[in-house]
Design a protein around this ligand. Sequence first.
Ligand code: ADP
Ligand code: MG
Length: 442
Amino acid sequence: MTTKLHKSETKTNVHQSGSSIKNLVTAGIKMAKKTVADIDVKGKKVLMRCDFNVPLDENSNITSDDRIVKALPTIKSILDRGGSLILMSHLGRPKGRKDEKLSLAPVAKRLSELLLKEVIITDDCIGDETKAKAQALKPGDCMLLENLRFHKEETIKDKAAKEDAQLRQAKDDFAKQLAEMADIYVDDAFGTAHRDNASMYTVPQVMEGKPRVIGFLIEKELKYLGDMLSAPEKPFVAILGGAKVSDKIGVIENLLDKVDRIIIGGAMAYTFLKGMGKSIGNSLCENDFIDKALQLLDQAAEVGCEVMLPVDHRVVRELKQGASHRIAVGDIDSGWQAVDIGPSTAKKFASKITDAKTIVWNGPMGIFEMPPFDEGTKTVALAVAEATDNGARSIIGGGDSASAVEKLDVQEKISHISTGGGASLEFLEGKKFKAIDILDEK
Ligand code: ADP
Ligand code: MG
């Protein structure tokens, strides 16, 4: 259904949304950051923040080395030019204590296989022993510090530190110990770029005066996401789905007056549909956000952004693998739950995607993990692939959306799949990344 609502009584705030766009555009232009290619690393100790937060099985085996592979270009560039590399990352949520299960040792092992050279892992990310090991590194040597989050100081937020001098001191001391091992700081961890963790934000603060640059992975993310938002070729279509509308409000608000069309699927569609007076049965709905959803529809109508919502739905009585399912057109009977957009919706959505020149997609159209409830997501993915074939620039942000596209095997046909789940969402919300902001400009 295409909603072009008239301006109603609901209070809208289009100006506010417009100004956040302006900030973002400014941010996009400002994002000509110095990269690791711009600096001389020969004979220097380079401290590099990576996102090695890889998925592990119950025996701590890495189930996907994607994040390690994606860091290789920056790592190789530094080692090949005679830099000594001190890599650091977090893994999981060890809550500030050493937890062998969350050791980065398997990452060091995999990295060493990929680089065909030894990668030393330290027992601790800071301390005298680690410092001595860092000092002993020769040009071309590579060392990985043990999980940063074995120290609670890593995740102290600046907001908390502002109100508590002891926390401030603890975070600063931790950052100083990391910083003093190196001459150069490199950030290539886009997945955590929206956070103000000690290794992301305090370390570069402490290293002021020394080169502080981004790696190739972040450079690529900023290029795709930044260019898309600051200079999109039209028509510009946003496809939003996933579990919760509350997670995506900021994204919708920020994109509203940028895009020509917003396509809404997934569970979040049902909060909108309920607000519009439809029966949604047992489909997921965030009742507290119905008003907000309606307000967003109003805002969209005011700025002339077309919003499309599902007109039919694949529904089940019981959510389980192999559940029997049927298609509900329009309203959903009580006792039934929507698990995917229906075939007419999928077709309609696809026809509104294939002519796009810029596409941003966040959030699957249904419970794609449980085929056949991946049909809607598949149709949309194929439409995005077709548009890309026809010259559109397509970008996928969000962890589950990225896995959906990979599962459906169309990842090669997408221009850019962002490696940052939360980070790409915050970028799409137009938020400023202070951890990147602080790094050197070109
Ligand atoms: P992303 O990680 O790409 O930002 P989200 O985390 O917002 O995406 O949403 C992904 C989740 O939404 C998936 O686990 C998927 O099963 C779920 N989902 C999508 N559609 C529905 C639906 N109709 N009902 C319940 N869950 C859904
Ligand atoms: Mg998710």
